[in-house]
Write a protein that binds this ligand. Structure first.
Ligand SMILES: NC(=O)c1ccc[n+]([C@@H]2O[C@H](COP(=O)([O-])OP(=O)(O)OC[C@H]3O[C@@H](n4cnc5c(N)ncnc54)[C@H](O)[C@@H]3O)[C@@H](O)[C@H]2O)c1
Ligand SMILES: [Zn+2]
Length: 374
């Protein structure tokens, strides 16, 4: 089954019919998801931009799934960026922009990002910068991208001081999720994606309840369960983003649940930890902190269990453990008064609060003692 919704950032919850998409309004994102959804590309692209479309991907991803774009009438060969986090550097971004412009990118053109969150993030930033902005279509191929990063408009490259420290918001015109792509993912990437799905389920009472029924299917890597998990995640995220598309009011900040410690650990590990694995450690940390601040024990235990059951993040290396606190302060969420973190009052009730790096480190230590079992 292919499902569709349209989100209008700034106007409230996602709603409206797909026909209501305004192709010239970049703040409107249409989401189409389901098995075989890639076949919709041919129909969707001309509604968004009349010029040429350039596919941005990485070699391993394009070799595997590039064929799915064959019917879309794209004539140019894909522009390839390095695979994985190496795509998110100034160098890769610069080369991507140079290639696009030298191949004749014009303002009536657009980009299709085919890949995981790394391809999506750097292609999104290139789309925002090239000629001061061309539209982008996100075609996520990892569970993490399909459930989270493809939607919301955040684009970035990394700096030595930390992840995602240079970027802008550039909302995709279309997020096209072909859930067939997920079948070829290594299990480690499935678990990484499940971390974001679990995170999002903690932000919404309805999704949190539904997770109970999805657990077995997600654990068994059932394609239908994975597709539903990704779909529900995108819906919840769209609702949050729609209330605060530019991350101004603070409403959108709740999507950073688990990401304060998570980003620090990811950077400290030299990106040997997958984003979702690091976020899983971040979630375990924040559950400890939330417990201390009043999250009922029974809920904390249930949520912790879900993180462990679905993600079971890997053991952390001594080097990561020794260096990660230094990266806490480099987080974009840091300011003079300490760190802004998202805690949970209850399942589906996130709260934005302050915590000192020491408090976060102590909560992490507790999680580590309980779960760094290897
Ligand atoms: N923009 C946002 O809102 C946002 C949100 C969350 C995460 N992110 C970013 O996303 C990035 C992580 O994304 P990711 O986990 O997708 O990593 P990724 O893009 O590096 O992909 C992981 C690996 O999976 C491979 N792969 C991709 N699709 C595949 C498929 N269908 N089958 C087999 N292999 C496949 C890739 O070749 C790659 O080696 C991080 O940089 C993170 O900061 C961004
Ligand atoms: Zn994330």
């Amino acid at each position: 089954m292919i499902r569709t919704f349209v989100t209008r950032p700034g106007t409230g919850d996602p709603k409206g019919s797909p026909e209501a998409v305004l192709p010239d309004c970049p703040a409107v994102t249409k989401v189409v998801a389901g098995p075989g959804a890639a076949a919709r590309l041919a129909r969707e692209l001309p509604r968004i931009a009349k010029g040429r479309w350039f596919v941005v991907s990485s070699k391993p991803v394009f070799d595997r799934h590039g064929d799915a774009l064959a019917g879309a009438g794209l004539v140019d060969p894909p522009v390839l960026v390095p695979d994985g986090e190496k795509a998110k550097t100034w160098k890769a971004l610069g080369e991507l922009l140079d290639t696009l412009v030298s191949r004749g990118l014009r303002r009536d053109c657009g980009l299709v990002a085919l890949g995981g969150g790394t391809v999506g993030d750097v292609a999104g930033l290139a789309a925002a910068l090239a000629l001061r902005g061309v539209p982008i279509v996100q075609m996520p191929t990892t569970l993490l991208a399909a459930s989270d990063s493809a939607l919301g408009g955040k684009t970035a490259v990394d700096l030595p001081a930390g992840k995602n420290l240079a970027g802008v918001l550039h909302h995709p015109a279309l997020v096209l999720v072909d859930t067939n792509f997920l079948a070829t993912l290594p299990d480690r990437d499935v678990r990484s994606g499940l971390a974001e799905i679990v995170k999002t389920s903690f932000l919404d009472v309805g999704f949190h309840r539904r997770m109970g029924g999805l657990l077995a299917g997600l654990g068994a890597r059932d394609p239908g369960a994975l597709a539903e998990g990704a779909w529900r995640s995108l819906r919840v995220k769209a609702g949050v983003v729609a209330r605060d598309p530019e991350e101004r009011s603070g409403a959108r900040f709740v999507l950073n649940l688990g990401h304060t410690a998570g980003h620090a650990l990811e950077t400290a590990s030299g990106h040997r930890l997958r984003h979702g694995e690091a976020v899983a450690w971040g979630l375990l940390t924040i559950l400890e902190l939330s417990r201390e601040r009043g999250l009922p024990e029974r809920e904390a235990r249930l949520m912790t269990q879900r993180v462990m059951e679905l993600v079971n993040p890997p053991k952390l290396s001594p080097r990561t453990l020794a260096t990660w606190p230094a990266f806490l302060g480099a987080d974009k969420k840091a300011d003079a008064a300490g760190l802004r973190v998202v805690t949970l009052e209850a399942a589906g009730r996130p709260r934005v609060e302050r915590a000192t790096p020491q408090e976060i480190a102590r909560a992490f230590e507790r999680a580590l003692r309980a779960y760094n079992l290897g």
